[in-house]
Design a protein around this ligand. Sequence first.
Ligand SMILES: Nc1ncnc2c1ncn2[C@@H]1O[C@H](COP(=O)(O)OP(=O)(O)OP(=O)(O)O)[C@@H](O)[C@H]1O
Length: 232
Amino acid sequence: MTLLSLTDVHTYYGESHILEGVSLEIEAGEVVALVGRNGVGKTTTIRTILQLTPPREGTVRFKDEEIAGEETHEVARRGIGWIPEDRRIFTQLNVEENLRVAVPDRDALRPALEMAYDAFPILEERRDQRAGTLSGGQQQMLSLARGLVGENELLLVDEPSEGLAPQVVATVAESLAEAATDTSMLVVEQNLPLALDLADRFYVLDNGLIVDEGSTDEVSADSERLRRYLSA
Ligand SMILES: Nc1ncnc2c1ncn2[C@@H]1O[C@H](COP(=O)(O)OP(=O)(O)OP(=O)(O)O)[C@@H](O)[C@H]1O
């Protein structure tokens, strides 16, 4: 079953034409990587799906229903979760309060917390600590944990490894791989080995257009096929 499909999507910021006819699909159960150099429109693609920046043309369908033009909270209620690049944790709340916000169903809270703390034991150690005082890596773990406990059918994950120490990147990659066993994902990621390892398929975005796509089995992280689109 096709979970998400974008067809000929055009998105603008004011007069700037950013997505110039993007089409892509995610099947249920799939992890799809969206790669491409800085500024080509990867985050804009995620914002377009969430209707934070609605497309001016084209269709965005989730489980065969048109969602273009919906309010973002309605899109979220359909089961589309977001792990944003800039983390957006509640800095004044403690770790556990941040997780609680993501799980409105009280019966689901206990197992959700167990799952989050199992994936990231450091968060359990710091459950009462104000999130704004965590290290960058710990904040990213909290942001990921919050996305993962949200019981979404599709997770949009923006640059999960950005700015993290290699050791933290490994933990993050592991928890994403674990989550991928029961959640479909669209992952924007500059770290090509991580992206290819995690994903079943990839799309390459360049200047607002999909210029290549395929199975991740077909390419390696150092393949010329991908590198030429990624170097500046
Ligand atoms: N709110 C905005 N208003 C105007 N232009 C924007 C806005 N946000 C992004 N842009 C521009 O849109 C283009 C695409 O940005 P986008 O963030 O989608 O790229 P990206 O591929 O995710 O790159 P990066 O890896 O740098 O985040 C860039 O030229 C950027 O400067």
